[in-house]
Design a protein around this ligand. Sequence first.
Ligand SMILES: NC(=O)c1ccc[n+]([C@@H]2O[C@H](COP(=O)([O-])OP(=O)(O)OC[C@H]3O[C@@H](n4cnc5c(N)ncnc54)[C@H](O)[C@@H]3O)[C@@H](O)[C@H]2O)c1
Length: 242
Amino acid sequence: MKVAILGYGKMGHELERLFVEAGDEVVTKIDNEEDWKNQGEALRTADVAVEFSMPTTAVSNLFRCFDANVPVVCGTTGWANDADKVLEKCKATSNALVYGANFSIGANLFFKINELLAKMMNNQPQYEVTVEETHHTQKKDAPSGTAITTANLIVNQLDRKNGWFLNDAAAAVQEDKIAVTAHRLGNEAGTHIVHYQSDSDYLEITHKAFSRTIFAQGAVRAAHWLVNNKGIYLFNDIFMQI
Ligand SMILES: NC(=O)c1ccc[n+]([C@@H]2O[C@H](COP(=O)([O-])OP(=O)(O)OC[C@H]3O[C@@H](n4cnc5c(N)ncnc54)[C@H](O)[C@@H]3O)[C@@H](O)[C@H]2O)c1
């Protein structure tokens, strides 16, 4: 399989290592606008592209994949405000896209477990729910896409919550919303915790990634899956199949 790597930072390097290990050929690695000028044409020769760049560059990179008619797996987070126009363009050009806030299988099990738990907690108003995440200091967005996905899926199940807020120093407590706390620490690959606390007890569900390899493995598996499929998928939709 011929692969284009869009965003050759920490994830891009890990992806290259795993694709090469899997016997795939990396036809181009693009890490900035200069690379797009010099090597952008090579995108057209790829069977699939993987996009792990930055919140500010993901959308234009996805558009480039759609224009080149190359299926794309996008793990970059922080572009939710532009999601409608991305999905529209993908559909209009009959392209294929897998995207998601978290490409680890464990984190997707964490989503499913939290959905189920929140459903059961709807009848247990004595529990207050909060979400907490910790990532490395170079992470650009806060809270993480995974924390936002988790908070939203809990909100969808709990009648007593209608949204979430970033629980930073300036935040005022909002009883009807879930407090999401974001920590930036060292080289942490990503820890997410959902807390439920009553006056008498405490329950938590945790997912902790030990390294970026787990996300890159998910992206490589999604890329192999996507070359044989058409349409738009959340990683969450396909992870049971890969
Ligand atoms: N979905 C997941 O499972 C998952 C897992 C890890 C990271 N991420 C996300 O993936 C993204 C990348 O993470 P990272 O840790 O590799 O970040 P990083 O900062 O190490 O790498 C991003 C790279 O993008 C490059 N870039 C800048 N402009 C570009 C452009 N126009 N085209 C292509 N590349 C360009 C930068 O030079 C940089 O090297 C982040 O948004 C992060 O939150 C998602």
